[in-house]
Design a protein around this ligand. Structure first.
Ligand SMILES: [Fe+2]
Length: 189
């Protein structure tokens, strides 16, 4: 029998808390399902308008507390800041240019840009995810989404024996929607 995460009793990295924008719950689900994850509803609402969704990287082990990230709708307090920054980015050319420089870095040299990472069993699985995302979400999201794959032998690959996919998007974020969120797709070494 395959080991379940609940059997591991040591300390571990527990979960990541992420958000989606109002009206984008279904889009967030579509994105993480394209990543090969399975979504369950925790039923927990907290102070939010909707329930927290649990996203499981391993469909055969849907532990609600571990090896999971949560998605819920952005709260008004953060929305106010995001909206103020968005307006600022439209009005201030210097800020707009800084933002574009950051987004360019996230798309092209993501190694120092904040992210979390999902593990896949092979480089082929990572490539399959990339194909799935290009076939569906890329058309819908256009510049809101970018997928880059670094493979062994690539000039700018960071780690020689790994395939690393970097998905940069602003549908599911654990920080600022304006700055977007990078999600890494990493193979076993
Ligand atoms: Fe990484």
């Amino acid at each position: 029998m395959m080991k379940q995460i609940a059997q591991y009793e040591g300390r571990l990295l527990n979960h990541v808390e992420t958000l989606y924008r109002p009206g984008e719950r279904d889009l967030a689900i579509e994105l993480v399902e394209a990543l090969g994850c399975t979504v369950t509803d925790t039923g927990f609402k907290g102070d939010g308008v909707d329930t927290f969704l649990a996203v499981h990287p391993n469909r055969d082990d849907q532990n609600a507390q571990n090896n999971v990230f949560y998605m819920s709708q952005i709260r008004p307090e953060q929305m106010a800041i995001e909206e103020r920054l968005r307006r600022f980015s439209v009005e201030d050319d210097g800020f707009a240019a800084d933002l574009e420089r950051y987004r360019h870095a996230a798309r092209t040299k993501p190694f120092g840009v904040p992210h979390f990472s999902l593990r896949y069993r092979s480089g082929q699985e990572v490539r399959d995810v990339a194909d799935r995302i290009h076939a569906s979400l890329k058309t819908k999201l256009e510049s809101r989404l970018n997928m880059r794959i670094f493979a062994p032998g690539d000039e700018d690959a960071a780690v020689g024996n790994l395939v690393q996919g970097f998905l940069y998007q602003d549908v599911v974020v654990s920080g600022s929607f304006l700055m977007g969120q990078l999600i890494e797709l990493q193979t076993l070494p």
